[in-house]
Write a protein that binds this ligand. Structure first.
Ligand SMILES: Cc1cc2nc3c(=O)[nH]c(=O)nc-3n(C[C@H](O)[C@H](O)[C@H](O)COP(=O)(O)O)c2cc1C
Length: 183
């Protein structure tokens, strides 16, 4: 089974998560190509897709959004998983307890997740915390980070990322086995 992992990353933390997902899929016997969304090849040769983006201003980056919109017809009948990389993830966070609670209560990111799911028919979406850099946030952002008890640095939970990737590998291996039995 061949899987395309397409990502959009402004400063590299999403790219590294995409690479780790690819590594886990390969360790589980799948073929995996990891490419920036804007450089994605034709999709015909792929059996499944993992698409991820950094979150900026509550949305996916343009290359990932564009990839999903342009390729929407190609996803039909092939499994897709989505991931987002933000300040607050499902299992770790760059903010303190109150900020994390507030961010999770404010709603799911990206804000157009329902449209992304509709276009891809995605089986699932997971949000990971990324790397929070002081330089990225400016003065007002810095104040926000402080008020929310945030800490600059790398907040990625590699255990959660690898676990998520393993669940994808398991689902695809089962799918492949079922197809062999039917065929
Ligand atoms: C300009 C800018 C806007 C951001 N906007 C958000 C946001 O709206 N919500 C959020 O949770 N994180 C936001 N972040 C944090 C990023 O999602 C986080 O730093 C992520 O790790 C970036 O991934 P990358 O290193 O692949 O670019 C923003 C970061 C930058 C630089």
């Amino acid at each position: 089974m061949r899987v395309l992992i397409a990502y959009a990353s402004a400063h590299g933390s999403t790219e590294e998560i995409a690479a780790r997902v690819g590594m886990v899929l390969r360790q589980n016997g799948l073929d995996a190509d990891v490419v920036p969304a804007e450089e994605a090849p034709e999709l015909e040769g792929y059996d499944a897709f993992v698409i991820g983006s950094a979150i900026h201003n509550s949305s996916w980056l343009t290359p990932a959004e564009r990839f999903v919109t342009r390729k929407a017809p190609s996803f039909a009948g092939r499994p897709v998983w989505l991931f987002s990389v933000a300040t607050v993830g499902a299992s770790s966070s760059g903010l303190g307890a109150f900020g994390t609670w507030m961010a999770r209560k404010a709603g799911r990111l990206p804000k157009d997740l329902p449209a992304l799911i509709a276009r891809t028919g995605a089986q699932g979406h997971r949000t990971f915390a990324g790397v929070i850099r002081r330089d990225d946030w400016g003065r007002v952002g810095d104040l926000f980070v402080r008020l929310m008890g945030g800490r600059y640095g790398d907040h990625r939970d590699w255990h959660d990322i690898e676990h998520w990737a393993t669940t994808i590998a398991t689902a695809l291996t089962a799918r492949s086995a079922a197809a062999r039995v039917q065929g």
